[in-house]
Design a protein around this ligand. Structure first.
Ligand code: SF4
Length: 262
């Protein structure tokens, strides 16, 4: 007899995938929830997932690569992942998922919203896994997702106070203001991200180019710029609008990763 089709949903610890889990809980009771743990997650993400497990009444399966980020960084010759070279998603998210599914037929429920339907995400291309998008099919937009989160009592994860999406603490998709938020909320993690940029040896073997997490400057330079703005009494916008100033440098906010940021 054929194995039954599996119904799976990836949770990133972000608001959209959480809202989809709330939305689907009673619609697909056999749903298997999973979380790809990169080993570089925020504490707030684990706390939020624990609350979600209580709401769902089910365990969220943790998937991870057999080797950690540092191992893969060596394999990629010290090249930090970036929007153009997103090896982290492949080895830390997609491959563990594909191993978990194997040859089973599966329907993967993805939390892309109707108001962002044109965005493209990075997902598994395995033929035995079909992705469906219930929010798009049912026309649910941001305000609906926010209502689902409020009505469930879960609300948003606490990191949304300083960051707009889920994912690794060092995710290169972060806005510059979010890097500052990481520095102020988790100085130890900010220092670890700085250490990756400064890691000697990697850059010598990889290329002459300096790898930085944030476009155009190192994290130390970004922090120095923030501190200069903070202390400059001469700057007309130096205090209350500080984050707005840094936000002016932000990259296109349309960049995202469907595996990490929903
Ligand atoms: S959250 Fe960012 S750094 Fe982490 S795996 Fe996803 S794209 Fe890579």
């Amino acid at each position: 007899m054929d194995k039954p089709v599996r119904h799976i949903m990836g949770l990133s610890g972000g608001k959209d995938s959480t809202a989809l889990a709330i939305y689907m809980r009673d619609r697909v009771p056999e749903m298997e929830y999973f979380f790809c743990d990169t080993g570089a997650e925020l504490l707030e993400t684990y706390e939020y997932l624990a609350k979600l497990e209580v709401y769902l009444g089910k365990k969220i399966v943790r998937l991870s690569s057999e080797r950690n980020f540092d191992h893969w960084l060596k394999i990629y010759r010290g090249a930090l992942p970036s929007p153009n070279m997103r090896w982290c998603t492949k080895v830390l998210k997609i491959e563990p998922l594909e191993r978990w599914i194997g040859t089973d037929k599966a329907i993967s429920y993805v939390g892309l919203r109707a108001d962002e339907a044109s965005r493209k995400g990075y997902m598994s291309k395995k033929k035995n896994m079909m992705s469906i998008f219930p929010f798009i099919d049912d026309g649910l937009e941001l305000r609906d997702i926010e209502s689902l989160l409020i009505e469930s009592g879960l609300g948003k994860p606490s990191y949304y106070e300083w960051r707009t999406r889920s994912g690794c603490y060092f995710c290169f998709y972060q806005r510059k203001s979010e890097w500052i938020g990481l520095h102020d909320s988790h100085p130890d993690l900010f220092e670890r991200a700085v250490a990756y940029e400064n890691k000697k040896g990697y850059q010598e073997t990889a290329s002459k180019e300096a790898y930085t997490w944030s476009q155009g400057e190192s994290l130390e330079q970004l922090l120095a710029r923030r501190n200069l703005l903070k202390t400059s009494v001469a700057h007309p916008r130096s205090s209350g609008l500080l984050l707005d100033i840094l936000a002016e440098d932000d990259d296109d906010d349309e960049s995202f990763c469907a595996s990490c940021h929903l």
